[in-house]
Design a protein around this ligand. Sequence first.
Ligand code: HEC
Ligand code: HEC
Length: 496
Amino acid sequence: MSIFKSYKPSICAGTALSLTLLSVAAQVRADSSASLSVPEGLHDSDYLYDGKPPQALFELGRNLFFDPILSGNRNISCGTCHDPARGTSDGVALSIGEGGIGFGPSRRTADGVIDRIPRNAQALWNIGAREYRSMFHDGRVEADPLSTFQSGYWTPAREHLPPGLDTILAAQAMFPVLSDLEMAGQKGENPVATAVTEDRVSDAWDHLAKRLGETPGYQEMFAAAFPDTDGITLVQAANALAAFQSQAFRSDDSPFDGFLSGEPMALSDAARAGAYLFYGKAGCVTCHSGALQTDHEFHAIAVPQIGPGKGHGSDTSYWRASGFGRHTEDEGRYRVTFEADDLFAFRTPSLRNVTLTGPWGHDGAFDDLEAMVRHHLDSVASLEAFDASAVPLPPLGSIIEQTAENSELIFRPLNGERRAAFDLRDRWVQSATALRSRIALANSLAPVALEDDEIAELMAFLDALTDPSARDRSDLVPQHVPSGLAPQPDPRRPRK
Ligand code: HEC
Ligand code: HEC
């Protein structure tokens, strides 16, 4: 139950409190003359399946989400990076993907790790809202109204994405399993990874589907979820994953939701003042609009880059300095559209439960929410002043590198010298004036002047976007999954 609802009975209980209510109501009337234009609240119909996916589909998706069976080396699940006890993210700036051990900030490399994940693991709150038009920080999975491909979506898999994916959220679920760093692993380690590296993505999906089909528990769950079809496909698995996420990560019971449904007491005075700033002079609503505080558009706001980057850009300075043949920038939406306006632009994040989803920014550059908000006040100055060396990144133990010898692919740990050159990449862009300037030049966020007490009010408003039930949803993790592997993250101990 959320905080604001527990206010309700006491408001009606005594005279003193009724007086408080009267004065609040007066305040709200005064507020409305100052025209606080807030979005509509959320309803079942705003979510996929009208908020109620079929139970068998949900249960299948729930098991798949936490079962490492979908990773090439059977060593990581979706839940490892999207942990329901850590705000549906993992609490670190840049995750260690497959090959790591442990969860959250204590996760470390075990074996076979070649790099960090270049972007911050997105939180999944309300990801099943119908208003989502694209997936990922750069929106590279998106609905295709022109139906260029049989799938109905524009994605990196282009014509290879099969038809039958019910929603954009289902289309997204086809991709983490193909990423070598996230879930697939490296060529030669397993047939999924090898198929991906050889550009046979359909084979990679089919291989995973075959694995599921050979697992008795899944045979039953798929039969229950898809009673009219024979055989198991990864498209079905993706539809189930979407059904699960859409319901499990719905989160619309915050004090702000109470306020939207007409309960003035739901917001503290400070949070209400923050709402005025957010929807008024601070200009946040220009981009953070709608019930989820996102316009689903892409904006360049000069968030500093840390980490290895997405391999974008044409700069070769790191390559020359380190000997690692790699580009270091992350040009964001530009790499999807190749339109100059999209350089270094990222999708406006939803601010629902934002207090729980740090570190913040597309690469987790900010581990303090107030610092992230203050970045918006003068984004270019903030970029210039940013100290990338102070950003905590989970330490990487052993790192392997891929080399070819006698036409055979081998991996070996980096020696000390190569390792030092490798580590440079995490701060390369921020430390190179020319690369930093490209980010500054692309910035489209106008500076805004706010006093310290106004920042405090904005922070109170962001806090009021937190649904108390979102703090820990680890009860979603099943105790056992059909593969017999240990679910990830660790399930809660059963109550005695
Ligand atoms: C190794 C960590 C990791 C694993 C494992 C992982 N993800 Fe993610 N997830 C991420 C990162 C990082 C992003 C953002 C990537 C980007 O923008 O390029 C992301 C993005 C997403 C998004 C898009 C959210 C949005 O707002 O657009 C969804 C949905 C999602 N993941 C679901 C899943 C599912 C389902 C699985 C399992 C099949 C999974 N993830 C496995 C790290 C992970
Ligand atoms: C020009 C559009 C725009 C405006 C105006 C704007 N933001 Fe943002 N905001 C963004 C984008 C885009 C990001 C993500 C940037 C990135 O990761 O590179 C973001 C990120 C954030 C984040 C981090 C969320 C996360 O999950 O990482 C917070 C918090 C935030 N904004 C709050 C605010 C507040 C408060 C205001 C008003 C003072 C505001 N924003 C104004 C576009 C905007």
